[in-house]
Design a protein around this ligand. Sequence first.
Ligand code: ADP
Length: 455
Amino acid sequence: MFQKILIANRGEIALRVICAAKDLGIKTVAVYSEADRHSLHVRFADEAVCIGPAKSARSYLDIPSVISAAEITNAEAIHPGYGFLSENDRFAEVCRASGIKFIGPPPDVTRMMGLKQKARQVMKDAGVPVLPGSQEALSSAEEALEFAEKIGYPVILKAAAGGGGRGMRVVERAEDLPALLAQAQSEAGAAFSVPDIYLEKYIGAPRHIEFQVLADEHGNLEVLCEREFSIQRLHQKLIEEAPSPAVSPQLREETIAALKKALKAIGYQNAGTVEFLMDEKGKLYFIEVNDRIQVEHPVNEMVTGVDLVKAQIRVAAGETLDQILGGPITLRGHAIECRINAEHPKTFAPCPGKITGLNLPGGIGVRVDTAVYTDGVIPPYYDSLVAKLIVHGADRAEAIARMKRALDMFVVEGIYTSIPLQKKIMSDADFARGAMDTTYIARKLPEFQKAEENS
Ligand code: ADP
């Protein structure tokens, strides 16, 4: 096992990794920007190194600074968390060249999964359903029109090297396609230096479901339940839960079997997530692989009892899944996570600032992953996450009741947060029935906001 690891991240995920390392008896090194000097990850790590100014391009994203921090502190491995350098195959490459273990998948796997069509092909070959579409990059508007005609409108144009929704366009009618294709190509070219665009069937009001994967470096791979994150606003996730109320045991079993085949074939290692869209008929279609730990991993931890971050470190140290999991995965109860963001309740604009008063909820079945404290500041330079509030219950109804109770007891003063919106969702009859898709927030918001004005 490693003696010391460095955490190339900040905020709650840096603290989360520190917790896992402490549980394993491993020393930790925090890195921080000048804006994060008073952060809890700096306080609770065994050592801390300032790696630059507030701007992430000159600190958390600066590969030479992060590597130097690892070298001067003799850290043997680096955990990248999520965001920042976590899906940067060049960073994983530099770690390897510097003799430092990168806690994540190998760079060639990251590169392969970053090419969406390649990932689509890998999944298709193993029997994982993918949406009908073009396998190769579109060579002309005529070819695009032909494909779209075949699969039927609406279709979506997507960047082969995509990420963050850039280079993506929904096409409703044939006459709009040539212009939208040109726009998507130039946007993708500017963002990723690769203008390649492919096309697939567009699902209007999908549910969003993803499967949590864990693989060791000896060819073993497990899938630790799915989670649903259909409650989102403009692709920003607000609420996640595991298991998904829309996935039957049979669908879960079939999907897991196909995923195992696909990911073993490409030598997947460490933690990862496979994202799907579910259509109105309840069929799942693969869309992409995220090869890192994700913000919402705690809901899978709560229902499987597996500490995923600890598992990531143990995998990177060469342990087998048998050693780490100690037997088959069994699911227990239901977990829900609310992302408490610093944001304005009407405009949803980020509202960073100083937290003047704070009460974190607790009690049975409640977990809070956060790095905030009274008089601490949410800086404007990074994401606006205040905390992840996670609850676990014997079933979905108990989890919802616990989330309501925990949201009521969660007090954040000095800044606006998404707590009032999340309270409304927890009391909504459609949410209680599990009747949701990605259009839920857009549909419900006027009703929620009206209730707020009348209260
Ligand atoms: P990126 O890597 O750019 O985030 P994704 O493939 O993950 O791209 O897609 C981003 C989002 O766009 C998805 O989460 C989903 O909401 C929407 N999306 C992507 N493909 C489709 C599709 N075929 N039909 C409907 N929505 C889609």
